[in-house]
Ligand binder design. Structure first.
Ligand SMILES: Nc1ncnc2c1ncn2[C@@H]1O[C@H](COP(=O)(O)OP(=O)(O)OP(=O)(O)O)[C@@H](O)[C@H]1O
Length: 234
């Protein structure tokens, strides 16, 4: 895989305060954890990479194209068609069932109804949501909501899934289940995963760990999970 997503000398200043102070990184696929202390700039980096926020200086490119050079409409299309998102709280639409929420990105793209329904049903099955797919988000557990958010993020076969503290609202057991599902589904759909987390145990499950400190990349390591995988069984 080539240089799918990259940023060069990325800077973000908000209200006169430098938040990102020159971030260089290349994301070529696999699962990347973005870690670091509170306030280090993890969420700000994720928002810039995903085209949700315009950096003050520097550049983000996706498949070689600069996000800043695109019109807002083209960036919105990029987010809808090539990116998937999972936030700390699932942010599902309360008036729709889980199944309808999962199908929504495909419907917004104007895909045929039958295909939307087929694909959403496939994700419901894969994420073990069959029992509650017809219910609204306020009638299911936090773990089920977050699994539906994972399904919605991958339903459109994105190139990159951005997850910001996807387990923040869950207990450890449900958190582990959601991270496992997220990793599994991204691998299944060949999507890269960029996951902001403060939790070292989730970062260890990723292939790579980008450590942010004070608005810059302090370390960029291959994580132990990936080293174990490449070493193979002894
Ligand atoms: N709109 C804003 N205006 C001014 N400062 C902001 C704004 N948004 C965020 N910040 C500051 O930018 C810094 C980085 O925030 P960011 O949310 O990117 O960090 P983070 O590493 O994700 O933190 P956390 O782990 O607590 O979520 C923080 O010091 C935050 O207070």
């Amino acid at each position: 895989m080539g240089r799918m997503l990259a940023c060069r000398d990325l800077q973000l200043t908000l209200g006169g305060t430098p938040i990102l102070r020159g971030v260089d990184a290349v994301f070529e696929g696999g699962a990347i954890a973005v870690v670091g202390r509170s306030g280090a700039g993890k969420t700000s980096l994720l928002h810039c990479l995903a085209g949700l926020r315009t950096p003050t200086a520097g550049e983000v490119t996706f498949d070689g194209a600069s996000l800043a050079a695109m019109s807002e409409e083209d960036r919105a299309r990029l987010r809808l068609e090539r990116f998937g998102f999972v936030f700390q709280r699932a942010e599902l639409l309360g008036e729709l069932s889980l199944l309808e929420n999962i199908a929504l990105p495909l419907e917004m793209r104007g895909e045929p109804r039958r295909e939307c329904a087929r694909r959403a049903a496939e994700l419901v099955e894969r994420l073990d949501l069959s029992d509650c797919a017809g219910r609204r988000p306020d009638r299911v557990s936090g773990g089920q909501r977050q699994r539906a958010a994972v399904a919605r993020a991958v339903v459109g076969r994105p190139a990159v899934v951005f997850a910001d503290e996807p387990t923040g609202a869950l207990d450890e057991r449900n958190g582990r289940f959601v991270v496992d599902m997220l990793l599994q589904q991204c691998a299944h759909e060949s999507a890269a995963l960029v996951m902001v987390t403060h939790d070292a145990q989730w970062a260890d499950l990723c292939d790579r760990r980008l450590t942010m400190a004070d608005g810059v990349v302090a370390a960029d390591d291959v994580s132990s999970a990936s080293e174990r995988a490449s070493t193979g069984p002894q």
